[in-house]
Design a binder for this molecule. Structure first.
Ligand code: GLN
Length: 279
């Protein structure tokens, strides 16, 4: 089978799975991550012969994607902050909004040797991106899921950074420690919001990393904020990704915990998506 035929098969097999532009993007990722053809190859090597496994692999890809399995799980990786992270269904697929949170932290923290904690690290994408971008940081990261930590550890090794990972439930008391930066993208989607979500999210991504009870939407923030208030150095900063519906509530919680300069920051879609505060 030649590349041109593979692309045609994917196009017709995936028609209707997503908007045409998104299907195009999916095919680009498949060419690159499954067949090792980058965009230049795709343009120049339409007649190239693909390996024997291609036919079978394409049929499998089409079946899984038609069932709305996320492409990132199918190919086993996701791009985040310029790097490829391994992802499995044990971890949330990194979102572009979260890249914005990482950029905010990098922009606002130019010092060196900063001690950083990422609470609920999942694939490790925040912790690892910060470990790569800050100057000589010391990065810790925790997660309650052993399977997630295994993925995160593998990502840290592949991307050649040192992060200390801990298996820990952020709702339980945390050991005393000192940090300059604490960051978290905890579960924040209410169960009642689940129905409105795309099947690729609600049927495949780990609910444990996404959902909180409707009667306690700030559950994780109520654990993170007091811990950060006690563990951050004076002048240290807390950065959170939040549910756009609860900006005011998160702001109040942070103020009640004694934080200064509490800010709610919009994502690139104009939704209040992040909170930042200074100890
Ligand atoms: N932003 C994610 C979503 O839309 C939710 C992430 C989270 O709960 N922390 O699916």
């Amino acid at each position: 089978m030649i590349l041109k035929e593979a692309i045609e098969q994917l196009k017709s097999g995936l028609a209707g799975v997503a908007e045409p532009q998104e299907v195009q993007a999916m095919i680009r990722v498949i060419c690159e991550d499954v067949f090792n053809y980058d965009q230049v190859d795709v343009a120049l090597r339409q007649e190239s012969e693909l390996p024997d496994f291609a036919q079978e692999r394409i049929a499998d890809l089409i079946t899984r994607l038609r069932r709305h399995e996320p492409l990132q799980y199918v190919v086993g990786q996701a791009l985040f902050h310029g790097h490829k992270f391994k992802v499995t269904p044990a971890v949330l697929i990194p979102r572009p909004e979260t890249e914005q949170l990482v950029d905010l932290i990098i922009d606002e923290n130019e010092g060196s040797d900063l001690r950083v904690l990422d609470m609920g690290t999942g694939s490790g994408c925040i912790a690892i991106s910060l470990a790569r971008a800050l100057k000589f940081p010391q990065v810790d990261a925790l997660d309650v899921s052993r399977d997630a930590l295994e993925v995160a550890r593998e990502n840290a090794a592949t991307l050649k950074v040192k992060v200390r990972f801990f298996e820990s439930d952020m709702l339980a008391p945390q050991p005393a420690a000192r940090y300059d930066i604490i960051v978290s993208n905890p579960p924040y989607v209410c169960w009642s919001e689940r129905e409105a979500m795309e099947p690729n999210v609600k049927d495949y991504e780990p609910g444990q990393a996404l959902f909180v009870p409707d009667n306690d939407p700030l559950l994780f923030y109520k654990a993170i904020a007091p811990y950060a208030a006690q563990s951050l150095e004076r002048g240290g900063r807390l950065y959170l990704e939040i549910n756009q519906r609860f900006g005011n509530e998160v702001k109040r919680l942070l103020e009640d915990c004694g934080f200064d300069e509490v800010r709610i920051i919009d994502d690139s879609f104009g939704n209040p998506r992040f909170a930042a505060a200074t100890r």
